[in-house]
Design a protein around this ligand. Structure first.
Ligand SMILES: Nc1ncnc2c1ncn2[C@@H]1O[C@H](COP(=O)(O)OP(=O)(O)OP(=O)(O)O)[C@@H](O)[C@H]1O
Ligand SMILES: [Mg+2]
Length: 462
């Protein structure tokens, strides 16, 4: 990189030495003989570095430096001075010079000073840029966590944000897939546009196609107007396809085509419309395993999975729990308008022992509920109540795919049975015949279920 260097001195020998030496290096030189002409030259142009002779007679050097600093807070200012005027140099540092050099000097000395000052400046500028990037990354969506795995996620976010590559985010429910997707969007050059999201699992497949592609008036019953789909809406921005594993098989090749060609056709229309969105997909199941079950197309998988971000469950990064609790207390005490000074050590220990099957979403709800229920200003162990679900019946493994599926379904069904049976018994004042009728099962099977599901005191009571 060429640096622009302005030299202001009336000493011809200095002018010549500097010119001869610096002209052979990566510098673009400008030389002025007087303070006045130097200032004139400086103001309309941008210089990286200025060398001013303190012995100039035509103008007070101090006022030139002040003027230059006012115009450009970043330019490097060096003064050269003879021994006698050293007194005033300390004053000059106060008004913003960066360095001084005593006359006479060896040209190499000047060269290394200039070089080092430029390198330092560059490092400072990069630091500022980096810090700005970091605050932009952390700030808009408010990601919290200092664990090793969260730090790796931040790093990946920084790496991918400004490259328009597809990103696949995987993690159990409530681990923060959407907040990570938002953070990528708001850290990217597309951040002046809104973040678009569509949940492939929440929309019936017939509607999903029209939500994605839009339709032409009359394309199907109910299509009373032309409608833009989200692929078109999100052009220029980021589109988050949530629960991508739920995308119906018949729509998968259509999505693939859009990603390849960056063109769409609204349903019932032959016109091709160009679109340019960046795709971030999320799945709470390991998508690669879905390939084996033939419920996800391999070609689409590879198209989406240019970069993968795996968010580990909260139980695998428990060192983030205190930070997250703190974060949510701050957030919710304001919203709930209730004073909360924090969580006691014993209560925090209980939280660290718990497994958090619903991950950060569960922890967030927990904090919200606990602030409301807490009797004092601090959250104490007796204020704490974890989610009703039985922690022990939750999948133990790292990864949903390793869970004993049959056992998990059995546990889940039993949990539902327990809730309904208890409820029916209460409503019928513990009359088993009436309760069975209410539940739509025979009294005999109700009897069996009670025996199995409430083996302790409850079965005696019923
Ligand atoms: N690292 C984090 N820092 C702060 N808040 C977080 C973090 N991760 C998640 N959250 C919060 O937890 C909640 C759940 O996160 P999010 O909706 O992103 O999870 P998800 O993985 O998309 O869940 P689901 O699979 O259930 O849709 C949100 O309110 C989100 O703001
Ligand atoms: Mg989500």
């Amino acid at each position: 990189m060429i640096s622009r260097f302005l030299i202001i001195t009336d000493e011809l020998s200095i002018q010549k030495t500097i010119t001869d030496f610096f002209n052979t290096k990566n510098y673009h030189l400008a030389i002025e003989k007087s303070g006045k002409s130097g200032l004139k030259r400086f103001l309309p142009f941008h210089f990286d570095i200025i060398l001013i002779d303190l012995d100039l007679s035509d103008i007070k050097t101090e006022s030139i430096i002040k003027d230059i600093r006012k115009q450009d807070p970043d330019v490097i200012i060096i003064v050269m001075t003879s021994e006698g005027s050293i007194q005033s140099v300390s004053e000059l540092f106060k008004i913003g010079i960066n360095h001084y050099i005593l006359k006479p000097f060896a040209i190499e000395e000047l060269f290394y000073s200039v070089n080092n000052l430029l390198i330092n400046k560059k490092i400072q500028e990069e630091n500022i840029k980096l810090k700005k990037n970091l605050t932009e990354i952390y700030h808009p969506a408010g990601l919290v966590g200092e664990s090793k795995s969260m730090k790796e996620i931040y790093e990946k976010i920084i790496q991918v944000a400004n490259h328009d590559v597809s990103v696949l985010i995987q993690g159990e429910s409530g681990t923060g897939k959407e907040i990570v997707a938002r953070t990528i969007h708001f850290s990217s050059h597309r951040n002046d546009k809104p973040f678009y999201a569509i949940n492939c699992g929440a929309i019936p497949s017939e509607l999903l196609e029209s939500e994605m592609f839009g339709h032409k008036k009359g394309a199907f019953t109910g299509a009373i107007n032309d409608r833009k789909g989200i692929f078109e809406e999100a052009s220029g921005s980021t589109l988050f396809l949530d629960e991508i594993n739920e995308m119906p098989l018949n729509l998968q090749p259509k999505l693939l085509r859009v990603l390849q060609e960056k063109k769409i056709k609204r349903i019932g229309d032959n016109k091709e419309i160009e679109t340019d969105f960046r795709i971030i997909a999320a799945s709470s199941r390991n998508l690669k395993h879905e390939l084996d079950h033939n419920s996800f197309r391999e070609d689409l998988f590879y198209r989406l999975n240019v970069i993968t971000i795996n968010i580990p469950p909260l139980r695998k990064r428990k060192d983030d729990i205190p930070l997250l609790i703190d974060h949510f207390i701050k957030k919710y005490k304001k919203l709930i308008k209730k004073e909360s000074k924090g969580i006691s050590k014993e209560a925090l220990e209980k939280c660290l022992e718990y497994n958090w099957p619903g991950n950060i979403r569960e922890l967030e709800n927990f904090v919200q509920r606990t602030i409301v229920l807490a009797r004092g200003k601090y959250i104490l162990p007796e204020d704490i109540m974890f989610d009703a679900r039985d922690d022990k019946t939750e999948p133990e493994g790292e990864n949903v795919d390793k869970v004993d599926y049959k056992k998990a379904v059995k546990n889940a069904l039993e949990r539902i049975d327990r809730i309904y049976i208890q409820d029916a018994l209460k409503k019928t004042n513990y009359n088993k015949i009436k309760a069975a009728k209410l539940l739509g099962i025979s009294p005999r099977s109700l009897h069996y279920k009670i025996k199995n599901l409430f083996p302790d005191q409850l079965s005696k009571k019923y």
